[in-house]
Unconditional design. Structure first.
Length: 199
């Protein structure tokens, strides 16, 4: 049986870089990779479907020894169910990325709809004010036009009434004179005509 938990925090801290990268093994494939530049990375070596794979678990000391062991244990449990941990992590990343894009898309659409509603409200208010102004102008113009038309009609009516009165007066006088001529032709004197007509 292979030994586990070989590493300690002190060993991880004191691991110094060498000319070539090397690994410190903790057990069951979990190891700490140290590069020539001194950076340290957690890795897990495992086999899936007869293929050897290497899964990155994070950078030390951002991921402590205890945290690396927890991640390692979860990945081993997933592997035991027949699921490739690397493939699973990739699919999770893709799903989260798709969800993020969808949320961002919804956020953008919501912002666009809000902007459209705001613009529509502004246009409606502007149109209402413009319509009200137009109606007021039309009302004032119509009132003025009506007054002008009324004065014109009244003036024309007065003129027509005057003309009618004059015409009737002329006609009545002509008819009266004609009657006088007819009476005179019958031999009736002017005094008798005035007495009877009161003219």
């Amino acid at each position: 049986m292979k030994a586990t938990n070989r590493l300690s925090d002190l060993i991880c801290q004191r691991a110094s870089p060498r000319l070539k990268l090397y690994r410190l093994t903790d057990g069951h494939g979990l190891c700490l990779l140290i590069t020539p530049r001194g950076s340290k990375h957690w890795q897990w070596r495992y086999r899936f479907e007869e293929k050897e794979k290497l899964m990155a678990l994070g950078k030390y000391p951002n991921i402590s020894l205890m945290e690396a062991r927890v991640l390692h244990a979860k990945a081993r449990t997933l592997l035991a169910t027949g699921v490739d941990p690397i493939a699973k992590r990739k699919s999770e990343k893709l799903r989260k990325r798709a969800e993020f894009r969808e949320e961002k898309k919804i956020s953008i659409l919501a912002a666009a709809m809000l902007a459209q509603e705001k613009l529509a409200s502004q246009l409606l208010n502007s149109s209402s004010r413009a319509y009200e102004k137009l109606m007021n102008e039309l009302l004032v113009t119509s009132s003025r036009n009506f007054e002008n038309m009324a004065h014109k009609i009244l003036a024309e009516s007065n003129l027509a009434f005057k003309n009618l009165t004059h015409n009737l007066s002329v006609l009545n006088r002509a008819a009266f004179e004609k009657q006088i001529q007819e009476l005179l032709a019958l031999g009736i004197d002017l005094k008798t005509i005035r007495k009877e007509t009161g003219k």
